[in-house]
Structure formats: C-alpha cells, structure tokens
Write a protein of this length. Structure first.
Length: 129
C-alpha cells in the first residue's frame, strides 16, 4: 500500500516547474499578448459602437412600447366616451318611452269616456237613416 500511495501522490503532484526551489507554488507566467494601441482603439471603438447601438435599440423599443400603450389608452378613452354617450341616449329613450306610456294611458281613459257618446251618436245616426 505504501507503493500505491507514493504513486498516487506523484500523480497528484503538480509539475515541478510550477514550484520554486523552496517548494512555494508560483503562478505560471505567460507572455502577454502583444496589444498595439491601434488594436486597443479598434476594440474600444467596437465596444462603444455596440453600446451605442444597444442604447439606441432599447430607446427605440421603449418608444415603440410607449406608443402602443398610448394608442391603447386612447382607444379605451374613446370607448369610454362612446359608452357614456350611448348610456345618455338610452336614458333619454327610456324617458321618452315612459312619457309615451303615460300619454297612451291618458288617451285610453279619454277614449273610454267618449265610448258612451259614440254609442249615442251611432243611435241618432241610425234613427236619421
């Protein structure tokens, strides 16, 4: 088992070049990529252009949504006004219908009072002919 554990320790140990002579781990140094000012400016310009494009996109989408909501709000306002107008109109029709009902009842009462006279007129008319 001692041989097995020694082998597994060796397999798990980092490569010797990642440790200093004292056994302290050191970071591997990689050569920095050669960045030229022109490349940095191009990358910054692309980021600025992308940020500007995204900002413009969000602004335009926001304006579109705001316009759609305003249009919907205007339609609902118009519908509310139309409903109020129809309510007033039907309210007036109800008043007219109630007035007509009262008028018809009064005419029926008068007609019933004249029935007696119309029978007398018919009797006189029969006598004359």
């Amino acid at each position: 088992t001692e041989k097995f554990s020694a082998e597994s320790r060796q397999a798990n140990e980092p490569k010797p070049d990642s440790y200093s002579e004292t056994g302290v781990r050191r970071e591997r140094e990689e050569a920095p990529a050669m960045a030229t000012p022109a490349k940095e400016e191009a990358a910054a310009g692309q980021r600025d252009e992308l940020a500007d494009s995204l900002s413009e996109l969000f602004t335009n989408v926001s304006l579109m949504v705001r316009g759609e909501l305003q249009g919907t709000n205007n339609q609902l306002s118009l519908l509310e006004k139309m409903n109020q107008r129809v309510t007033e109109e039907y309210s007036n029709h109800g008043d007219v219908a109630s007035g007509l009902r009262v008028f018809v009842e009064q005419l029926n009462e008068k007609n019933q009072r004249f029935d007696e006279y119309t029978t007398q007129i018919d009797a006189i008319d029969q006598q004359c002919h």
